[in-house]
Write a protein that binds this ligand. Structure first.
Ligand SMILES: [Zn+2]
Length: 207
């Protein structure tokens, strides 16, 4: 069953811990909200089904420090939104720390920050991310094919470019094939993987 963000409610103790933290310079890292941070992360991982909210890579089983609570609007610039659940999600380090950092160039227009139209990227809470972008993976052992399907010309395309998702794709025969390209079993495996990917690509609606 799909998890909805409205299911998450801070209890009185958590609310008090957040109030205390908000008076600090960096409220997110304040000691009073250690348990709150943990619960927020667990909840958002359920919302994204253990995938990164941007690149959709699998985070299941990852050591918790590898997974970030992502502030879509960075807390350094949008302090009041630090503990707003609609502004939070779960992401990998590559998307959060290597690429997005404190950038807000994906924000546009004016008006409510809770409006999907304000965000050029597929917003983890205001958009159905999979309507815009799909990560497609076929993997057998070390051999894998990874492709991103941009389903929309605006948010799908933007998210793909913004997070440099091309770098995560292995699409060519040589890239996916690795050192085993002369092994007939391996070549056969790869060919059937490729036909499954091709069939999936055909079945996906694009804008
Ligand atoms: Zn990611």
């Amino acid at each position: 069953m799909r998890v909805e963000i409205t299911e998450f409610i801070f209890d009185d103790d958590e609310q008090a811990a957040i109030t205390e933290a908000m008076s600090a310079k960096k409220p997110w890292y304040h000691a009073s909200v250690k348990d709150v941070r943990r619960r927020i992360k667990d909840f958002h991982l359920r919302m994204t089904a253990d995938t990164c909210c941007y690149c959709q890579r699998d985070l299941r089983g990852e050591f918790t420090l590898v997974i970030d609570v992502e502030h879509v609007l960075p807390s350094s610039l949008y302090k009041p939104q630090t503990f707003q659940m609609w502004n939070l999600s779960a992401s990998c380090k590559r998307c959060n720390m290597d690429i997005k950092k404190n950038d807000v160039s994906f924000l546009q227009g004016s008006g409510s920050l809770k409006d999907s139209a304000r965000y050029k990227l597929a917003h983890p809470n205001f958009d159905d991310v999979e309507d815009h972008l799909l990560r497609l993976v076929e993997q057998v052992g070390r051999t894998r094919i990874v492709k991103y399907v941009k389903r929309t010309r605006d948010k799908g395309h933007y998210t793909y470019e913004y997070f440099r998702l091309r770098e995560l794709e292995t699409s060519s025969y040589d890239e996916a094939q690795g050192a085993n390209r002369t092994d007939p079993d391996h070549v056969g495996n790869f060919e059937s993987m490729r036909s499954r990917v091709d069939a999936l690509l055909v079945s996906i609606d694009k804008d």
